[in-house]
Design a protein around this ligand. Structure first.
Ligand SMILES: *Cc1c(COP(=O)(O)O)cnc(C)c1O
Length: 368
């Protein structure tokens, strides 16, 4: 396709980094072994590659390699964690605390768990997208099993103070789980310092392939598995490992550890320049906290133009979204913005490694 539009939807997915693809390729052909077939060299070779990936991933969040398990993505990791905790603990505790602005993977799982007997508190957020500490403290009095609060929001980029949230969860005897799909590989995470018991992530948000992700599970946490069949991955998730995918996720994590700070600096500068311009021209109102936010996401309301119309009109110029990828098939107002008491439709721009300039975007605005 000639002159493809400028891609500004990195929060939905990212291209595979050429270095990641290169690392993966041998594991489709030459090094095709089954990582569970440890009686021979082919299997050992695959297992070594998986172990190396686990080391690179755990290095990024200060975990141990044996605390990482692999899934088909963050959605499965979230299901594994929440349902697994519920099934293994529901005789004693079944209350879940989460937030209204979570990804649907968390919200839909919680709704389903409610149907089978769990109780769920959905915390409110303020206009900035941040939780209310008093409301959280009173929810903690209900003897919760787990507090599940995302690190960075996929629509607004707003970052919750997970270290403090987890500390309070720990003091009340609850596990702390976080969907870190947007922050993993983009900002510092330390599962020890931040008291994180379970953490979900995905390769395709950090320049790795689609269909592979994982879950950090702190040692000795009991989870009933979602998928049975052979007891792979310490019985947390059975099934032959997706070795090329895992190698890709490992390589993407290794590269992220080296490059995330530089990338963040560059993208924040670009994003801030753009927002300042739009605000100065009275063209947009930015949604969410301006201080506690990922550097690469901008969510704003366009003044004098509907967000859908803006994207439709500029489809040949830019690929951006009105919110999360999952909800844009049916056009409905974002549950994240609604929770923040924002009722006008918004555009989400998310920047990434190949974003050098927001020129096309400025062009689009000139045509409003
Ligand atoms: C993308 C995303 C998910 C889902 O990840 P998959 O790997 O595509 O299943 C979950 N949570 C957040 C915050 C996301 O951004």
């Amino acid at each position: 396709m000639k002159n493809k539009p400028l891609y500004l939807d990195y929060a939905a997915t990212t291209p595979v980094d050429a270095r990641v693809l290169e690392a993966m390729l041998p594991y489709f052909t030459d090094k095709f072994g089954n990582a569970a077939s440890t009686t021979h060299i082919h299997g050992e070779e695959a297992k070594k590659a998986v172990d190396r990936a686990s080391t690179d991933i755990s290095d990024l969040i200060n975990a141990y390699p044996d605390e990482i398990i692999y899934t088909s993505g963050a959605t499965e990791a979230i299901n594994t964690a929440l349902k697994g905790l519920y099934w293994s603990h529901s005789l004693t505790r079944s209350h879940i605390i989460t937030v209204k602005t979570e990804h649907k993977a968390v919200l839909d799982t919680c709704r389903w768990l409610e149907e089978i007997g769990s109780e769920v508190t959905y915390l409110n957020v303020d206009h900035q997208g941040l939780i209310d500490w008093e409301e959280y403290a009173s929810a903690l009095k209900l003897n919760p099993l787990v507090v599940c609060i995302m690190h960075a929001n996929n629509e607004t980029g707003v970052i919750q103070e997970i270290g403090k949230i987890a500390q309070l969860a720990k003091e009340s005897g609850a596990y702390f789980m976080t969907d870190a799909t947007q922050s993993f590989g983009k900002m510092d995470i330390d599962v020890v310092k931040q008291n994180i018991d379970l953490l979900c992530f995905s390769a395709h948000k950090i320049y790795g392939p689609k269909g592979i992700g994982g879950l950090y599970i702190k040692r000795n946490i009991k989870l009933t598995p979602l998928i049975h069949g052979g007891g792979h991955q310490r019985n947390y998730r059975s099934g032959t490992l997706n070795v090329p995918g895992i190698v890709g996720l490992g390589e993407a994590s290794k590269i992220a550890k080296k490059e995330m700070r530089e990338d963040a600096k560059k993208l924040q500068k670009l994003r801030d320049q753009l927002e300042h311009q739009l605000i100065a021209d009275n063209m947009a109102r930015v949604n969410g906290s301006l201080t506690q936010r990922l550097p690469n996401i901008s969510n704003f309301e366009i003044i004098n133009c509907s967000a859908d119309e803006f994207l439709l009109r500029n489809k040949n110029l830019l690929s951006a979204s009105t919110g999360s990828a999952c909800s844009s098939e049916v056009i409905q107002h974002s549950h994240v913005l609604a929770a923040m008491n924002i009722h006008s439709p918004a555009v989400r721009l998310s920047f990434g490694k190949a974003t050098e300039t927001a020129f096309a975007l400025q062009l689009a605005f000139q045509r409003i």
